[in-house]
Ligand binder design. Structure first.
Ligand code: SF4
Length: 133
């Protein structure tokens, strides 16, 4: 986990990479894709990524994203003022979804469409009328 000196973030205590050599997250190019594997099951991935994005940290792997991925994301979303707020809100929304919480009460379903009438009960179509004689 790459931390700048003087950073006062308590999420770092739960970082999965806490005991890793910091240099493993500051590799170059394609090696970054391998380096980000350590982030996959990290419990503070969201906080880490938000920290890097909000502070425009240019180097290293943060929150499972490479330098290039973060740069592209920042370019796509110049409107985001606080990545911490945005990512936290997305996490809450995901946690509140029924898929994430199977014990949540089910939302009312839309009424089923009425069944199609049987073929013989349907009024004759144009083709059927034409051949009816
Ligand atoms: S997301 Fe990755 S870089 Fe960030 S703290 Fe977790 S393991 Fe470290």
């Amino acid at each position: 986990m790459p931390f700048a000196a003087g950073t006062s973030v308590d999420w770092r205590h739960s970082a999965r990479c806490r005991d890793e050599d910091p240099e493993t997250l500051f590799v170059q190019g394609a090696q970054q894709r391998d380096a980000r594997e350590v982030c996959t099951a990290c419990p503070v991935r969201t906080e880490c990524l938000a920290h890097a994005l909000d502070n425009r940290i240019r180097f290293g792997v943060w929150g499972g994203m490479t330098e290039r991925e973060r740069r592209a994301l920042l370019k796509r979303r110049p409107d985001v003022i606080s990545w911490a707020a945005l990512l936290e809100s997305a996490r809450r929304a995901a946690a509140a979804s029924p898929a994430a919480n199977p014990d949540a009460p089910a939302r009312p379903r839309r009424p089923a469409r009425p069944a199609e009438p049987a073929a013989e009960a349907r009024p004759a179509g144009r083709a059927e009328r034409r051949h009816a004689g």
